[in-house]
Design a protein around this ligand. Sequence first.
Ligand code: BTN
Length: 243
Amino acid sequence: RKIIHFDSIDSTNIKAKQLAAEGAKEGTVVIAEEQTMGRGRLGRGWVSPKGKGIWMSIILRPNIDPIDASKVTQIGAAAVWSALSKVGVDAYIKWPNDIVLNGKKVCGILTEMSAELNRINYLVIGIGVNVNINSQEIPKEINNIATSIKAEVGHDVDRKFITAEILNNFERFYNELIKYGSIKTSIEICRKASILLGREIKIITNKGERRAKAIDITEQGELLIEENGKIEKLISGEISVRG
Ligand code: BTN
């Protein structure tokens, strides 16, 4: 497995996409101490201070339908959650791609795809974990929604150990998808660690907000919701827990 390490880079996702387009092998990992232009979902940024977090991207070339690309995000969430749980950090997964700790976001996942027709050319799964950022260093504008492991547990945690755990878990769960076409192990974790299941949630779309109840996460990684007695499957979305 090839790991490419940078002291400082604009964004590991940008770099990984560039390398993938140039033919980099599946399993190539791009990791950086610092990102100067970390990217989040929906065109947002991602604060990535030097040596304080895990900022990495994995290049994948799964032979699956592009429609199923979001399964890899579920694998990523399960891999991160399991790694945190191994160091005693008791987090939750907020479907589809956040890990939350004490109600605030501690990890985000950004999956990007290049595909043509029914074939995936490459997938880049970007994982950002706020590990040892001091609470005072979290920008004020986001400190009500974002946190770091250190800010919650009160001490530094081993970034290298967590990185290795995430990658090992990821490889294991991803192999299940490649070999058997299943993400069963990941989904079991996503279910048991879910902060949404059984709760009233708010689904935020460009058409406005809807309220529903989160029922289950399917074997395909979709969120099953119930709205006015009707069951529906979501494949992605922005969700907030109803307060
Ligand atoms: C989100 O929750 O909005 C997704 C955040 C993803 C952040 C990670 S950090 C490593 C990789 N490189 C990026 O520029 N973004 C992802």
